[in-house]
Design a protein around this ligand. Sequence first.
Ligand SMILES: NC(=O)c1ccc[n+]([C@@H]2O[C@H](COP(=O)([O-])OP(=O)(O)OC[C@H]3O[C@@H](n4cnc5c(N)ncnc54)[C@H](O)[C@@H]3O)[C@@H](O)[C@H]2O)c1
Length: 356
Amino acid sequence: MNTIIHPSTPTGVNIVPFVSVDNMMRLVLHVGVETFLAELAAYIEDDFRRWERFDKTPRIASHSREGVIELMPTSDGETYGFKYVNGHPKNTKDGLQTVTAFGVLSNVHTGYPALLTEMTILTALRTAATSAVAAKYLAPENADTMAIIGNGAQSEFQAIAFKALLGVDRLRLFDVDPSATAKCAANLEGHGFKIAACRSAQEAVEGAQILTTATADKQYATILTDNMVGSGVHINAVGGDCPGKTELHRDILLRSDIFVEYPPQTRIEGEIQQLDPDHPVEELWQVITGRAAGRTGPSQMTLFDSVGFAIEDFSALRYVADKLSAAPYFDELDMLADPDDPRDLFGMLMRAKGAD
Ligand SMILES: NC(=O)c1ccc[n+]([C@@H]2O[C@H](COP(=O)([O-])OP(=O)(O)OC[C@H]3O[C@@H](n4cnc5c(N)ncnc54)[C@H](O)[C@@H]3O)[C@@H](O)[C@H]2O)c1
């Protein structure tokens, strides 16, 4: 399932395919959002199956008072990828996104970048696809109702991914800002959901077998308290993804079986930063490969403590690179210097003098 990308795909070794936001939107709409999420989920699942082949490191975070900027690298030995991503919860007040991102895929054998792409939209898609993959193994059988608390940028993607992979078609929405809930409900019209707009998180969780939390606040928040969570539910905790930024009361964690992406990163960033450093957790890749159990019974409370790991972004980059061969939604970026004599970089520069 590995993609070897040829840097010369468009016209020459100096040219790197670049997927702008505009082209990403065209690509996603060309494929169809549900199909895109389902196909991307399959790529993520494939890469989780070959987890041991990847370089792994907790992402490299630069924290400030307002937010965080992170680099997320990984390689499978053939292809290297990284994502630049920020998280600034206060941004939306100024009309800016909480999360923006871009990413690169490179050929390990030459080191040449082979794809540069926007990843703000792609991150929302890959986060939702990963959540749905986890839920396939962890959510109660035949779950059809999901609460989504936090109805911002990620929320519609989560809803559609859970519909595409699990058949969830009933949503209970809550946000402290009712206009976010109205936006989410309006955006999901025509996608086959029965939607209830709720006035509290407590109301939203009633009757839901899956609880998704996707709020943004740079603090220890308590979006769900212990009494709100009945046995047998699956919690998809997306918003707690930074030191000092969590969404669940600690007692919920103590009652749940906890599943994570990459423990060294999740222990720093996830809900489990509230627990002892040796509190037992299962790794999602172990569940997907059948080495660890996922859901074992109807009363088990499962928690996917999602923070977002580099391998998911690698899968997303790999998926987009593969899609571009049939759907060429990219520009050609003159990004790499390519002198006729590889050692004559200076000469190439000087020869450009008279060019314009
Ligand atoms: N786990 C991952 O892989 C991953 C990936 C992307 C984003 N995230 C995180 O997911 C969260 C959501 O991201 P987004 O881009 O949708 O952000 P966003 O700012 O667009 O939306 C967040 C929403 O949460 C609401 N909110 C804040 N506090 C709340 C509360 N107490 N109760 C209910 N609603 C509340 C806000 O009003 C807002 O509408 C962020 O914290 C982000 O960092 C995680």
